[in-house]
Design a binder for this molecule. Sequence first.
Ligand code: NAD
Ligand code: ZN
Length: 360
Amino acid sequence: MSYKNFPMVPRVIFGRGGFNQLSEILAPKRLSMNAPFIYIIDDVFKNNSWLTSRIPLAYSDKIIFVSTKEEPKTSQVDDLVEDIILTTKELPSGIIGIGGGSALDLAKAVSIMLTNEGEAKDYQGWDLVKHAAIYHVGIPTISGTGAEVSRTTVLIGPEKKLGINSDFTPFDQVILDSELTKDIPTDQWFFTGMDCYIHCIESLTGTYLNAFSQTYGNMALELCKEVFLENSLTDIESQEKLMMASWHGGMSIAYSQVGVAHAMSYPLAYLLGIKHGVGNCIVFDHLEEFYPEGVKLFKAMKKKHQIVLPKGLCANLRDEEIDKMISIALNLVPLWENALGKNWKSIITPKKLKELYLKM
Ligand code: NAD
Ligand code: ZN
């Protein structure tokens, strides 16, 4: 038996207003006047001076705003890297990602691709990265994905949606400042928050479960229940707790695996462009059979926050499209094995998946 040797984020700040410490964190990391810090920021903050005025720009440091309408693509990473190489005299001193899972993943991927040859799509998979990434910092502005702690950066490539999983992927520094999450619209808060909740349920009920994953998973699940079901939390408590739930949920799956909802929502993202958070919710809503307790609680949370999920996404798809989704889903073997055990193929057949997709 060989156990995973999982790298963790070595430095983290937790606290309201911790974002203001960015300048003191970065100063000693500046390699030279010609080696800028590049900020990859969700464009939702483009005209938000409350955030942007606190970014300590100097020399040729630069902000690149990225759209998060669609999930990050390998070609988008390649374009960003090319732009950085063409416009800077030396390799950057650091890449700072500010935003949700999309901006964080772009920052991670760009920091890797600046020091590794070829195209981002060549590195989708496990442990294909050869050289250490540029110093990279993650600053989440929405909680749930666990992208701030994970060893992957999930990208949509020409052939697949798959992460660059490597020891060089995790951030060198994370700043958890819950104040940055204060203005998220309710629907989006719920969808991304539920990504964390679903990570917990899939990890805690999976066959890959172990004490490492269980302890983190239980903690994250309790926090999710408080945030989404209790009335007694202040806004600040709720924002701080969800931020920590995301972190622990990410740590939980780091040493186990996700399950049915993730396996079925990946094809929704790849083929229909449905984003991860809402895609997971759409799928999870129909998974009573696999996660009876988890789905019951999910429905209660959905009701409490009056969330309406999109319906009828797959009803009008052509057979070839449904077949393609099924084949992508079935390829995610570790997810099924975690969810249903070694004999998963006897439980989850193409026919079964088709029935489920047609309900969505
Ligand atoms: P996201 O980053 O796409 O952001 C969702 C929406 O929230 C966007 O419209 C964004 O502009 C908005 N937003 C973010 N912060 C805000 C704020 N403070 N105020 C107002 N609006 C704000 O969504 P996400 O759910 O955080 O991330 C999804 C992505 O993360 C997917 O691409 C998914 O594949 C990836 N992901 C990665 C990992 C990983 O471990 N690397 C894990 C899970 C998911
Ligand atoms: Zn997820």
